[in-house]
Design a protein around this ligand. Structure first.
Ligand code: NAD
Length: 365
């Protein structure tokens, strides 16, 4: 499979594990394979200094195993910093299942995956991500307690996506306040790329506030459904980045802010839910700064979901969840101002605070 993209001779010259491009001192990476159910999964545990590694499971049709490994390494690292910046006692982890969630996800496969999670004894706690539903987490719960995001009927905090969307909305408002002088999004032209669980809920907040929302998705059915429900325009062009807009909200997959898109981007503000929006945090963070585009760091503003699942572990209620999520507004504003004062990227400003918290905890341990 890997040889499709990298010639074998070149592969032999590479360090396959610790030399992986996205390997960043991850504590543990677990490859899970089950012939009977067809399960092929990778669990990435990046860092457990702040607590157990918590992060969702993504099921996706990765083109190669390299792509899946790269994704889980990047995503699990992102979770470490997301929890640290949000002030949660959690480490960073994530899991990926290789396959099409629509056609290859079976109850047997999910149960087998749950057993692998259980075998880690709580060092990794799973949750929902792309390709997963609350019902999948309920199923996993039957074989392991190390799962969050189970349904409210079963005593869990339920679907985290609406809370994630609310946090993104708060972060977007803070970025608008910083860039346009007002947090009000009325009449702002906002492109929402990816109108899945989080994207749709974000569209609801935006339309309620009177923003001019434009929808983009690869799923035509979703486009029709969400457009009709909220009266939002559908984008029919083939290069969204070059369109005039006030805010670009990436809510599909990562790395959409890259060498190609960044030069064309017309939006003065980027604020969305997708993880790892910058293809390269340093290069693209700096380029955005040079171009005067305000970037609300993804791992900061999409933390509503993790706040929601953390509540399940800590047993705190909806009011606390909403208060903590609403606070994303203040933190975002602080980070944007700090970046300006220190002449660093917004990503770096958020990252530095998170890293300082992890270092302080390490010293105490
Ligand atoms: P989802 O699977 O429900 O929705 C993703 C949507 O993006 C789908 O409608 C899909 O068709 C669309 N899409 C895929 N590729 C696209 C493309 N190239 N262009 C346009 N649309 C495309 O996922 P979700 O739960 O809404 O999560 C969205 C993003 O937010 C993901 O990156 C996820 O990791 C991140 N995130 C989600 C949560 C959460 O609580 N669900 C929390 C934090 C971060």
């Amino acid at each position: 499979m890997m040889a499709e993209t990298i010639p074998f001779e070149d592969l032999k010259k590479m360090d396959p594990v610790f030399g992986q491009l996205s390997f960043d001192n991850h504590e543990q990476v677990v490859f899970c394979n089950d012939k009977d159910t067809g399960l092929k999964a990778i669990i990435g545990i990046h860092n457990t200094v702040m607590g157990p590694a918590l992060g969702g499971t993504r099921m996706w049709s990765y083109k190669t195993e390299w792509e899946a490994l790269n994704d889980v390494l990047r995503l699990s690292r992102g979770m470490t910093y997301k929890s640290a910046i949000t002030g949660l006692n959690l480490g960073g982890g994530k899991a990926v299942i290789i396959g099409d969630a629509k056609t290859q996800k079976t109850p047997e496969l999910m149960l087998r995956f749950g057993e692998f999670v259980h075998s880690l004894g709580g060092k990794y706690i799973t949750a929902e991500d792309v390709g997963m539903a609350t019902s999948d987490m309920d199923l996993v719960r039957t074989v392991t307690p190390y799962v969050t995001g189970i349904s409210e009927a079963k005593g869990g905090a339920g679907n985290p996506s609406p809370i994630t969307a609310y946090g993104v909305f708060m972060g977007m408002k803070a970025a608008a306040k910083y860039r346009f002088g007002s947090e009000m999004l009325e009449d702002k032209r906002v492109f929402v790329q990816g109108i899945g669980n989080v994207g749709e809920s974000l569209v609801e907040h935006l339309t309620n506030e009177g923003a001019k929302v434009v929808l983009s998705d690869i799923n035509e059915e979703r486009l029709q459904e969400v457009s009709q429900k909220y009266g939002a325009e559908i984008y029919r062009g083939d290069n969204l980045y070059a369109e005039p807009m006030d805010i670009y909200a990436p809510c599909a997959l990562g790395a959409t802010v890259n060498d190609q898109t960044i030069e064309q981007l017309q939006a003065p503000v980027i604020a969305g839910a997708a993880n790892n929006q910058l293809a390269d945090e340093n290069i693209h963070g700096k380029r955005l700064r040079e171009r005067g585009i305000v970037y609300a760091p993804d791992f900061l503003i999409n933390a509503g979901g993790i706040i929601n699942v953390y509540a399940e572990l800590e047993n705190y209620g909806k009011a606390d969840i909403m208060r903590k999520t609403e606070n994303i507004y203040n933190t975002t504003l602080e980070i944007l101002e700090k970046a300006e004062q220190q002449d660093i990227t917004t990503h770096q400003a958020a990252f530095d605070i998170a890293q300082a918290r992890i270092d302080a905890r390490k010293k105490d341990n």
